[in-house]
Design a binder for this molecule. Structure first.
Ligand code: GLU
Length: 561
């Protein structure tokens, strides 16, 4: 076969050579050890938690090494493309600390444009580039046209699937596949000419040289050393419309754009043999690969399953509405990514996560478990370290969007809200009440009459008359200018008067000698003032509410008993 002639027949309009293209994409000049990584989404939907995960790895590795993180849009499947998805992806990722140095960015007009010297960064605009390398492969006898029409192919696929169900004789099936492939490979230049003259569409296939009985050795930076069967499948490089498949575009783009580390989901692992073959055929240096395990979750029966697109917590855009702050989500992602992160955090409570020395070796090989409880714990920690101003700001912003009435109340008196959020903040052991901004209302809504309600009646075990008398005495005694000790001494004294121990030791030694203790007395007052069994520090609460409101609520409670 005259491959040179075949290449000219198929790609007569392609005049550039691979060397011309290489000259347009010179190697990057970066410091020693700098990593070039990328996020390569297909613009088909939202950012999935399972997508943020590898992207955070890519971001950390690039920026920690003084390298480059870029964004490439893999829009080779026009049928699945969702308009506006790319813009939304970029915005969402920016919320979670993923900022691209290069690639597709949102321009001033709000539309995607390019930044950087290795573009275009949208695969649909790189058609000419792929064709240059395709032509070269044909010239070298490494790729060939296949004039099977799409309908024929579909029919074949269907048949294969049917066969697959019935046929468990894999050996025979492999034989059949091989035979079919050899038939495809068997054609003459004249046949190609005739097809082209008739305007028949064709796909370009690789001419696979692998032997599946042999293995390629390979080291994945996450999975470790592995051996994978060589590829013997003549997979498609260019579809009949001339658009590349993922495999071909991946090799050409990651090579030209200078990617040093391809970080992607482990669902690509089965295609790896194809990619290694392609890099070899094209004479490109193979990048380093990191295949990241899928994020798992526990189902109702406690079994591990993949976190699917429809699962709660999958869509990153939902986190905003759920009231999670991006800092907490990033922190959580870090705890999942590196097993020593939490230890580091304990030793460095005030540092930004970007200062953590991210280490590939500390990554989980088998897959991380997504767990809202853990996220909430991490989030409570993160929020507990924020200032009251910051929290007020963030809760108000969230509420304005998702709970307008609450938002208005907060903003009507910012100082008041700030005082509330300052309770238990600062100091060595700050309170950890809020995991999300949504938690704010149940936590502190009682400060506003609008949301004040008694959450439970007093336990039956206490005498109503005692409660009434205690509340009434407290109302008479309460003086907002008392310091905390005087205030508490008053509560203890009132309790004693009605037979409630003020000294816990004495109470524990002989509980039957008392009607209760000072904790019960506090609970009587707390429920009246806050409507809740648990609340932030009562002294602080009363200081903020002020005498009038405290006494008014207590009087109301007495009247209701
Ligand atoms: N476009 C591919 C995807 O959406 C990217 C995989 C990769 O990172 O190479 O999964």
């Amino acid at each position: 076969m005259d491959y040179q002639k075949l290449a000219e027949l198929l790609y007569k309009d392609v005049s550039k050579t691979p060397a011309d293209i290489e000259a347009e994409f010179p190697p990057r000049s970066l410091p020693e050890g700098a990593k070039v990584t990328r996020f390569a989404p297909s613009p088909t939907g939202f950012v999935h938690f399972g997508g943020l995960f590898p992207t955070t790895v890519a971001e950390r590795l690039a920026h920690q090494s003084g390298g480059v993180l870029y964004l490439r849009i893999e829009d080779t499947d026009a049928k699945r493309e969702v308009p506006g998805a790319a813009e939304a992806l970029i915005r969402t990722l920016a919320t979670y600390g993923i900022n691209f140095d290069e690639g597709a960015i949102i321009g001033e007009n709000g539309k995607i444009t390019d930044k950087g010297a290795y573009g275009p960064y949208k695969q649909s605009l790189r058609g000419d580039i792929y064709h240059v390398f395709a032509k070269q492969l044909v010239k070298e006898g490494k790729a060939y046209p296949c004039f099977t029409t799409e309908e024929e192919l579909e029919e074949l696929n269907k048949q294969n699937k049917k066969e697959e169900i019935k046929n468990t004789d894999w050996q025979a099936e492999a034989e059949a596949r091989r035979k079919e492939m050899l038939e495809r490979r068997n054609f003459t230049i004249e046949e190609v000419e005739a097809h082209l003259a008739a305007g028949d569409p064709f796909v370009l296939r690789i001419l696979a040289d692998g032997d599946p009985d042999k293995k390629v050795k390979f080291t994945d930076l996450v999975k470790g050393n592995m051996e994978i069967p060589e590829n013997d499948e003549d997979f498609v490089l260019l579809k009949s419309d001339g658009i590349p498949t993922y495999h071909f575009a991946h090799a050409v783009d990651d090579h030209l754009m200078g990617t040093t580390h391809v970080i992607r989901g482990e669902e690509w692992l089965p295609s790896l043999a194809k990619h290694l073959q392609l890099f070899r055929y094209l004479g490109f240096k193979t990048p380093k690969y990191m295949h990241i395990a899928q994020i798992m979750k526990l189902d109702e029966n406690g079994n591990k399953k993949k976190l699917s697109k429809r699962d709660m917590g999958a869509n990153m855009d939902d986190y905003t509405e759920m009231g999670y702050c991006p800092e907490a989500v990033c922190e959580y992602v870090m705890t999942l990514l590196n097993s020593n992160y939490e230890e580091w955090r304990m030793q460095n409570p005030d540092k930004s996560y970007t200062e953590f020395p991210f280490n590939i070796k500390k990554m989980s090989v088998s897959g991380c478990l997504f767990d809202f409880n853990k996220l909430n714990d991490v989030s409570k920690n993160v929020i507990s370290k924020m200032s009251a101003e910051d929290v007020t700001e963030k809760v108000s912003a969230w509420a304005t969007k998702f709970d307008a009435e609450f938002g208005e109340l907060l903003l009507a008196d910012k100082d008041y809200a700030e005082k509330i959020f300052a309770i238990g903040r600062g100091g060595k052991k700050p309170r950890k009440d809020l995991a999300t901004w949504k938690d704010a209302k149940p936590y502190m809504g009682f400060f506003y009459d609008k949301y004040f309600e008694i959450e439970a009646p007093y336990p039956e075990s206490f005498e109503k008359e005692d409660i009434k008398a205690i509340l009434s005495d407290f109302n008479d005694a309460f003086d907002a200018s008392d310091d905390m000790n005087v205030w508490f001494d008053k509560i203890k004294a009132i309790g004693e008067k009605y037979g409630y121990a003020s000294d816990m030791k004495a109470y524990k030694a002989s509980p039957e000698s008392f009607k209760g203790n000072v904790a019960d007395v506090s609970m009587f007052i707390r429920l009246a003032v806050t409507g809740k069994i648990n609340s932030p520090d009562m002294y602080s609460v009363m200081q903020i509410l002020g005498k009038e409101k405290v006494c008014e609520r207590i009087a109301k409670m007495i009247a209701s008993l």
